[in-house]
Write a new protein. Structure first.
Length: 280
């Protein structure tokens, strides 16, 4: 039986390529925990493939052992799936990385993220701008310089680097939270931009307009309804304009489902997957 592909919008325009997450804030809480019957990342990838997901995203990728990362990369390749974004600075794993602070050795600072992406066979390193306490203007200027240096290293390894626009409501140390300000840093540094419906909602941003305005640097799109990062339709966000904007710019990258069902369980996960299929 042919697997139904997850789609968002008319088939004539081609299906949106949805990515399942292997953990948003907790690597032991993936999107398909009950359905896969295991939180093992390789089991999650196999499960996601069977459900028609085009890729995965994994904020906790760097917490996983190198051999696990290699097995994950092999599993993705065997199913023709793509690695999406993962965070450079994993909470609890290492001291917070402040892009707006001096970086003595950028190659060392980026080494683990670059190695993880190479083991996965791709992916986009998600850089989040955090406030280290100095004057904001100075930090923003330094962040642009640091990101440019990091981008050169990533480019040499064939790895993508992007900065995410996050809200202070969700990330209290966010240096800047307006999409335009984050995009300005990304453009100055020559890196991509990540947009998340959760953070756009918290800041009061029009995500559809931001998608169109910054289509040239858009590297990743993350979806979750609010409040509580639930599946589309279970909150208050209108996703129709967002999907329409992605159609307008001809988006063919991954749409990362950074959400959890309102309640745990196989039935609830199935409903979340159905909600993703029904987008648009």
């Amino acid at each position: 039986m042919r697997t139904q592909r997850l789609s968002a919008g008319p088939k004539a325009d081609g299906p949106m390529r949805i990515a399942a997450h292997l953990g948003i804030a907790d690597p032991d809480a993936p999107l398909l925990a009950a359905t896969a019957g295991s939180v093992d990342p390789v089991a999650q990838i196999y499960c996601a493939a069977g459900l028609g997901f085009a890729g995965i995203t994994d904020n906790g990728l760097k917490t996983r052992a190198p051999e696990v990362q290699r097995r994950m990369g092999a599993a993705l390749r065997s199913h023709g799936m793509e690695m999406g974004s993962f965070t450079h600075n994993v909470q609890g794993m290492e001291p917070s990385f402040f892009w707006g602070a001096p970086v003595a050795d950028m190659e060392m600072a980026m080494s683990e993220s670059l190695a993880a992406a190479e083991r996965m066979g791709g992916g986009c390193i998600n850089a989040i701008l955090l406030d280290c306490g100095g004057p904001q203007g100075d930090q923003v200027a330094r962040a642009s310089e640091n990101l440019a240096a990091a981008a050169r290293l990533a480019g040499e390894r064939g790895v993508a680097l992007a900065v995410e626009a996050v809200s202070r409501a969700r990330v209290s140390l966010a240096l800047v939270e307006r999409v335009a300000d984050v995009a300005a840093v990304a453009r100055a540094a020559g890196v991509g931009l990540i947009l998340d419906s959760c953070h756009c909602h918290c800041v009061g941003e029009d995500m559809a307009a931001a998608i169109v305005a910054h289509a040239d640097i858009l590297s990743a799109v993350q979806m979750a309804d609010m409040p509580d990062r639930v599946q589309p339709g279970a909150g208050v966000i209108d996703f129709a304009p967002i999907i329409a904007a992605l159609r307008t710019i001809g988006w063919r990258g991954l749409v990362e489902a950074e959400l959890m069902p309102k309640m745990p369980g196989i039935k609830e996960e199935a409903e979340a997957v159905a909600a993703l299929r029904a987008l648009g």
